[in-house]
Design a protein around this ligand. Structure first.
Ligand code: AMP
Length: 279
C-alpha cells in the first residue's frame, strides 16, 4: 500500500493511474478502523480498480473539543488493517495540509445540516462537507463509499454533490454490527463493560420497532420506542425520530417511499448513533 501525507504526492500518483484508465474508489475515514470501515474498502475493491482510503480526524466537524481530544488515533494498527484488505493507497495528511489558518466557509445545504444530528451538534455537517469537498477535489474518485451507519451524513454529502454538480457516484454501504447487534463504531472502545452491555438496548429497540411497524400508527410507534429506550438502564436518549428517508422530515404516515428510524443516545460520556430502515 502506498502512503501519502501531502495532496501533491497523492494527486501525482493518482494522475498516472487515471491516465491508464483505472477507476478510483474512495473511502474517507477518521481512522481507528474496524470491520465497518473495512467492509467499505472491500466493496470499493469490488466496484473500482484502485482504492484510496483517507484517515484524517477532521477538527472542523467536532463541536466538542473534548471529543476531538479523546478521539483514538491508532495509526500503526490502522495501516496493518488496510494492508490486510489490500487497500491500494492511504492518504493521511496533517491538519495544515487540509486547512489554511482561520479558514471559514459554509455551504447552503437546504437545512438538511440543521436537523437531528445537526441540531445536537451545531456546525457538524458544515465541517463534514468542508473536508469531504476538499478530499473529493484532490482524489476525484469515480465512486465514493459511505456507511449507512451515518445515514444523515450520506444525505448531506449527496446534497453537496448535487448542488456543486460534482462528478462522483456515492454508494451507501450496510451497517456492520457486532455479533450481539451493537453497530460498530470507533467510539465503542470508550464504553465500560457495563455501558457496552447497556448499549445493546439501542439496536434491540430499533428491531422491536421494526417488528411493530404496521401494527400501530407512526406516532404511537415512536412514543413506544422512546419510552422503551428512555427507560433502559444507563441510556440517556437524545433523539429517536421516524423520518422520511430522503428528506429526513418527520414522517406522519407510511406514504414516503423510504422510512428510517434514527436514534442518538449517550452512555456515560460516550455518544452513539444508530438507525434502521422501516421501508
Ligand atoms: P468515520 O471514521 O466514523 O468517519 O467513518 C468512516 C466511514 O465508515 C463512514 O462512511 C461511516 O458511515 C462508515 N462506518 C462507520 N461505522 C460503520 C459501520 N458499523 N458499518 C458500516 N459503515 C460504517
Amino acid at each position: 500500500m502506498k502512503i501519502f501525507n501531502t495532496k501533491a504526492e497523492l494527486e501525482q500518483h493518482l494522475s498516472v493511474l487515471k491516465h491508464k484508465g483505472l477507476r478510483i474508489g474512495f473511502v474517507p475515514t477518521m481512522g481507528a478502523l474496524h470491520q465497518g470501515h473495512l467492509s467499505l474498502i472491500n466493496l470499493a475493491k469490488q466496484q473500482t480498480d484502485v482504492v484510496v482510503c483517507s484517515i484524517f480526524v477532521n477538527p472542523t466537524q467536532f463541536n466538542d473539543p473534548k471529543d476531538l481530544e479523546l478521539y483514538p488515533k491508532p495509526i500503526a494498527s490502522d495501516i496493518e488493517k488496510l494492508e490486510s484488505v489490500d487497500c491500494d493507497v492511504l492518504f493521511n495528511p496533517v491538519t495544515s495540509e487540509m486547512y489554511s489558518e482561520n479558514e471559514q466557509w459554509a455551504l447552503d445545504l437546504d437545512g438538511l445540516d440543521l436537523l437531528l444530528e445537526g441540531e445536537q451538534r451545531p456546525g457538524h455537517y458544515q465541517g463534514v462537507t468542508q473536508i469531504v469537498k476538499k478530499l473529493f477535489d484532490c482524489v476525484q474518485p469515480q465512486k465514493a463509499f459511505f456507511g449507512q451507519k451515518d445515514y444523515q451524513q450520506f444525505l448531506v454529502i449527496e446534497k453537496m454533490v448535487k448542488k456543486l454538480a460534482m462528478k462522483v457516484e456515492l454508494v451507501m454501504c450496510p451497517i456492520v454490527r457486532e455479533a450481539d447487534g451493537l453497530a460498530m463504531s470507533s467510539r465503542n472502545i470508550r464504553l465500560s463493560a457495563e455501558e457496552r452491555k447497556n448499549a445493546l438496548a439501542i439496536y434491540q429497540t430499533l428491531c422491536w420497532m421494526k417488528d411493530q411497524f404496521g401494527h400501530c400508527d407512526l406516532h404511537e410507534l415512536k412514543a413506544l420506542g422512546r419510552e422503551k429506550l428512555g427507560k433502559s438502564p444507563g441510556i440517556v436518549l437524545e433523539y429517536l425520530e421516524i423520518c422520511d428517508g430522503d428528506s429526513l422530515i418527520e414522517a406522519t404516515d407510511q406514504n414516503p417511499q423510504k422510512l428510517v428510524i434514527l436514534v442518538a443516545a449517550k452512555l456515560g460520556k460516550t455518544r452513539l448513533i444508530d438507525n434502521i430502515l422501516l421501508k
